[in-house]
Design a protein. Structure first.
Length: 210
């Protein structure tokens, strides 16, 4: 059964993912063929775009990832929306995700030892402790039982764990949170002005950074 244009809009419409991933659409695309052209028609929650090639099967995805000279992350970036200007493109090209080998490989080598199974096991006790502290803080700070799960719980765990891996003081974790939001969500006004870091509590080097 062929998919309609409305069905294909579900692939890129952010509003669809609020209720879950459209697995049924993805399955149908995989069964039909490995590569599809998707027209980015404007929707209520998406401004539209130039369209993109959508690769749906593991073998073809692996081939794409292994041939950066043909399928470049650096050329146009990897974000969902194309950068609207050369200045924006230059900005996103500074991210490791938007670099091709050999520069991408060089940066990965700097981090790879921190993410081996052995290194993660060493962090296990610290991660458990962070989880307890997060829950205790939420119980203390939100006696009515209501909080913003995304920022008050879900954001803290990876931030604290990454702070441990990078040797960053825990009081500086929200500086990393703000920077990540501004880089990844630079096209979204809500995230581009992220400001949870409190420089009064940060380390000396963090205060200098802001």
């Amino acid at each position: 059964m062929s998919l309609s244009a409305i069905d294909l809009q579900q692939i890129y419409d952010p509003q669809v993912y609020q209720t879950g991933v459209p697995f049924d659409i993805l399955q149908q695309l995989r069964q039909q063929q490995a590569v599809h052209w998707i027209d980015e028609v404007a929707t209520d929650s998406w401004p539209g775009g130039e369209g993109f090639w959508f690769v749906t099967r593991h073998a073809e995805v692996s081939q794409v990832l292994k041939t950066p000279k043909i399928f470049s992350s650096w050329l146009g970036g990897t974000q969902l929306r194309n950068p609207p200007s050369e200045q924006d493109l230059a900005y996103v090209r500074q991210m490791m995700l938007n670099k091709d080998p050999p520069e991408h490989t060089r940066l990965r080598r700097l981090l790879v030892d921190s993410f081996t199974p052995r290194a993660i096991r060493r962090l296990e006790e610290a991660i458990k402790l962070h989880a307890r502290h997060i829950i205790e803080r939420v119980i203390r700070d939100f006696p009515d039982g209501k909080c913003d799960f995304a920022t008050d719980i879900a954001a803290d765990m990876p931030l604290l764990s990454l702070a441990d891996i990078l040797g960053m003081p825990s009081q500086d974790r929200y500086l990393m949170f703000d920077w990540a939001n501004r880089v990844i969500g630079y096209q979204d006004p809500e995230y581009a002005v992220s400001s949870k870091f409190d420089d009064r509590r940060g380390s000396d080097i963090a205060r200098q950074a802001v």
